[in-house]
Design a protein around this ligand. Structure first.
Ligand code: FAD
Ligand code: MG
Length: 322
């Protein structure tokens, strides 16, 4: 790729998020097809409208199993597997709490403690029952709701990558608003900014260089509200029903597939730095960048990417010494 290679950017708003596609050729038709694909998945998976396949499952909670398309079945299966790992902070059945808190949407507020306590029993992932022969999903208790907000963008980013590859794209990037997936390696790799929490939108702590990798970030500063001097963000602790509260401002995961990145941002967020780094020692294919409230940037390891610190208010630490 010559130094002068021009990047063409295409943008859209889908899934309530800014979507950005970068290509090294001017190809509006291809961009339109990629956005159409995202829209098709949004229509299947959204819980922000009355109708979708996931809403069909939710509407039938406590009543009957619902036959769904293959992609929805596979994604629900994957989300359930991530949710039923002992101690997992990921929970696909978190829907009733997400809907009650409404964090990131109009009408957000801190629910009374007794309401949270009453909703928790409706969020048990074991009560999401899958039948692979029938291709059905059944929420066994009334009032249950699936929410794939912590995994669907990752899944969709991978589908866009596959689609672009099939259409002959060798170098490209799709950003679904926090979920970045890349094809190929422009010289020096793709440079992806690590956002500075609670700062200007373009303020960066550092840059992450990758090739053929996904970079997913989940942060407490993306969607939150404040009430009585306290901040409430959108990643809920399935054990308590309140926003996860620990030393972290954000977690970024670098991996091949963005679905792994999306799942692991939530898992690692729940584990915190020490446990997260330990868990990732068994996963050389997945690496994490933790940003702590205390101003540290902790890399679990850095074989899949190169990190450059840009803000000297932060201190860089590697997991082995953390
Ligand atoms: P992640 O940290 O990956 O996930 C956080 C989200 O997952 C939360 O917002 C919640 O939905 C859910 N969640 C919270 N706690 C947990 C937990 N412990 N385990 C599992 N899941 C949890 N936003 C809009 O404003 N308007 C829209 O119309 C809209 N439509 C969408 C349609 C689709 C198909 C998708 C995938 C997302 C849509 N969104 C929309 C965004 C959505 O509401 C979430 O905010 C977004 O998915 C969060 O992504 P993230 O990577 O920032 O967060
Ligand atoms: Mg996630």
């Amino acid at each position: 790729m010559p130094q002068t290679a021009r990047v063409y950017s295409y943008s859209a708003v889908l899934m309530g998020s800014p979507i950005l596609l970068k290509l090294f050729e001017h190809n509006e038709a291809l961009a339109a097809d990629a956005f159409r694909l995202i829209k098709q998945y949004e229509d299947l998976l959204t819980v922000n409208r009355a109708a979708s396949e996931v809403m069909d499952i939710n509407h039938a909670a406590g009543r009957n199993p619902v036959a769904v398309s293959r992609p929805v079945f596979e994604l629900v299966k994957c989300a359930k597997a991530a949710s039923t790992v002992p101690g997992s902070a990921f929970n696909l059945a978190i829907g009733p709490l997400v809907k009650r808190w409404r964090i990131g949407f109009k009408g957000d507020s801190v629910p009374p403690a007794e309401e949270i306590a009453a909703l928790l029993p409706r969020t048990r992932p074991e009560n999401v029952v899958l039948d692979s022969d029938a291709g059905t999903v059944f929420l066994t208790q009334p009032g249950m709701e699936i929410d794939l907000g912590a995994i669907a963008k990752g899944y969709i980013a991978d589908r866009v990558r596959d689609f672009l590859a099939r259409r002959g794209v060798q170098q490209g990037l799709i950003n679904l608003g926090g979920n970045v997936q890349t094809l190929g390696s422009p010289e020096g790799g793709w440079s992806i900014g690590l956002k500075k929490p609670f700062a200007a939108a373009d303020a960066l702590i550092g840059s992450i260089e990758v090739a053929n990798k996904s970079v997913v970030t989940s942060g407490v500063y993306e969607r939150f509200f404040e009430q009585d001097g306290r901040r409430y963000h959108h990643i809920l602790d399935p054990r308590t029903g309140y926003p996860l509260d620990n030393e972290l401002d954000s977690v970024t995961i670098v991996s091949t597939d963005s679905i792994d990145g999306d799942i692991w941002t939530t898992l690692a967020y729940g584990m915190g730095v020490e446990k997260g780094c330990r868990a990732l020692r068994n996963r050389p294919d997945i690496e994490a960048i933790f940003v702590t409230k205390g101003g540290e940037v902790v890399l679990s390891s850095a074989d899949l990417f190169r990190f450059t610190l840009l803000d000297d208010g932060y201190r860089l630490v590697t997991g082995s010494t953390a």
